[in-house]
Design a protein around this ligand. Structure first.
Ligand code: GAP
Length: 528
């Protein structure tokens, strides 16, 4: 069996800690699990709620953003208007022999460098032969006899560029793999078929060649039926994004809250996508939570709002402890047909950088489409010009579950302190599932009673935990591992002077605080 890499081992450790300490469990584990679905345990649910709360407060405390909680099931026409019925699909190929199914881009993402080079070289040779006129003499069924059809295809220029660059020492990276998949094989399924038929691409599962079908689009929306009759007329979808609930409620929210453009609507909720490849723990799942905000503004002000939101959202992740060097903003090179500008805030997961939030200038596309499909006007009145217009939208779309995973990965650290190993989860105190542990130094002399009373008092305002089992050092370690930022210890001095020791998780420094001041001391350091 292949050895796992250090980054895979790190991810395995995080997944294992998440299960052992009750952050995240596999869904339906006793039945063997359900792929792409996860359950949040006692600590996980606290942390996820804290993350969502931090986002909700940041959005709604501004005064120009209203909240919403739209239903998951929506009128099927919503998804026609949004373009999801037609376009929300991934190109897939199936193995006719072993029945495995792959996303075309993943096929190329995971292909060995040698095989990729083989394909590029073959395409290049075929192109060369065609240029020299020799290919026209090949048989009809020759895999590359199709090439002349692509005479005007600009991507064939890039095959020459890629080939030369590879010969000059260029490394095959993720971007190049994406480019090959998208430009050559997704855009030209018949070329993909020719390459498969020539035996250059094998099924990654069974290893057979010439068994993969041509790419076909597979819609990622989960379909179900509303009411008792299961027929096409009753087909309905589980929402693949929360954004559409906001668009269709734009007028309702604006009128009921008496907001005026520019203003935003925000929502947190579950979304569902029948993702084909669900690896990497919570990163890409079939059921997940999103935190989305649509900011409605007048055309002309959209560029400036895009920049403002890009900065605001970046600062939000930073304010919760994400270090600058683990984040990057990646502008989209290829824009969706409706987008004027778009980019992702990415976090460096153990497996590499991955999107945690998208910022998009969606223009007036969505509101215009919903007007067309519903027949209802979604225009607003411009008080200056006295004219009506359809607002533009700048969207911030963050993943709550993906963000949760990013914070777990960012916080996880193993270190040696005084010759002893400790695992510490360096979570921002606001995100930490348990804020404070209360520990009697020893189980006698009235210390447990005092500690229990203090823990009971603290519990009314923050998540606290009483622990009296084992040596105090071990108790600290158990709390470090789940990210508890503070531990309060009741010792013999407490009995004399009513002060306690408060130990901080990261620095492990201890201060003495009067018992009556503990709640205030902690609250000041936990609240955002
Ligand atoms: N309304 C726009 C929209 O949904 P998106 O980039 O598809 O945009 C936004 O999704 C965020 O939702 C992503 O940045 C990611 O954090 C999260 N997300 C998307 N698909 C996901 C999945 N399958 N599993 C977990 N999180 C996902």
């Amino acid at each position: 069996m292949a050895q796992s890499t250090p980054s895979q081992q790190l991810l395995e450790k995080i997944v294992s800690l998440a299960k052992r300490r009750g952050f995240v469990f596999q869904s339906s584990e006793i039945y063997g699990g359900l792929n792409g679905c996860w359950d949040y345990g006692p600590l996980g649910v606290e942390m996820l709620r804290n993350l969502k709360e931090a986002w909700w407060r940041a959005m709604t405390k501004r005064g120009d953003i209203e909240g919403l909680d739209a239903s998951i099931l929506m009128h099927p026409r919503v998804w026609e208007a949004s373009g999801h019925v037609q376009n929300f699909s991934d190109p897939m190929v199936d193995c006719r022999e072993c029945k495995s199914r792959y996303r075309v881009d993943h096929l190329f993402a995971e292909m060995s460098e040698k095989k990729l080079k083989g394909i590029i070289n073959t395409l290049y040779s075929a192109l060369e032969a065609w240029e020299k006129g020799t290919i026209s003499s090949l048989q009809e069924d020759d895999p590359f006899s199709l090439l002349p059809d692509y005479e005007v295809n600009p991507y064939f220029v890039s095959i020459v560029v890629i080939k030369n660059a590879l010969d000059g020492g260029l490394k095959i990276d993720d971007d190049l793999r994406d480019q090959l998949a998208a430009n050559f094989f997704i855009a030209q399924p018949d070329l993909f078929t020719r390459v498969v038929e020539s035996g250059l691409i094998a099924c990654p599962n069974c290893g057979r060649t010439k068994t993969l079908t041509a790419p076909r689009n597979f819609n990622l929306m989960f379909e179900t039926y509303i009411g008792p009759v299961k027929d096409a007329a009753n087909a309905i979808y589980l929402r693949p994004e929360t954004a559409q609930g906001i668009f269709v409620n734009f007028l309702n929210v604006m009128q009921s809250s008496r907001q005026k453009v520019p203003f935003g609507i925000c929502q947190i909720g579950k979304s569902f996508r029948n993702e084909i490849n669900t690896k990497n723990f919570l990163f890409r799942t079939r059921e997940f939570e999103q935190m989305e905000m649509q900011f409605f503004c007048k055309a002309g002000s959209d560029d400036s709002y895009f920049e403002q939101w890009r900065e605001t959202r970046w600062n939000w992740w930073r304010s919760l402890g994400m270090p600058e060097n683990k984040l990057r903003f990646r502008p989209h090179e290829k824009l969706a047909h409706y987008a004027k500008a778009a980019g992702d805030i990415e976090f460096e997961f153990p497996f590499g950088f991955g999107e945690i939030e998208g910022i998009h200038n969606r223009t007036d596309f969505d509101l215009t489409r919903h007007q067309e499909f519903s027949g209802k006007s979604l225009q607003v009145h411009d008080e200056e010009t006295k004219e009506k217009y359809t607002p533009y939208v700048v969207e911030t779309a963050a993943g709550a579950s993906r963000g949760f995973m990013a914070f777990l990965c960012n916080g996880y650290e193993e270190e040696t302190v005084n010759g002893e190993q400790r695992v510490v989860l360096r979570l921002h105190p606001f995100l930490a599932p348990v804020k404070v542990a209360v520990l009697p130094l020893v189980n006698k002399d009235g210390m447990p009673e005092l500690a229990q009373k203090l823990e009971h008092d603290l519990r009314q305002s923050m998540k606290s935990f009483y622990d009296d089992s084992g040596a105090v050092g071990r108790r600290y370690r158990r709390m470090d591992e789940i990210g508890t930022p503070f531990a309060v210890t009741i010792d013999s001095d407490t009995l004399q002077d009513h002060t306690v020791t408060i130990r901080e998780r990261d620095s492990m420094q201890q201060v003495r605080v009067a018992m009556g001041q503990v709640k205030q001391y902690l609250s000041e350091r936990i609240l955002m």
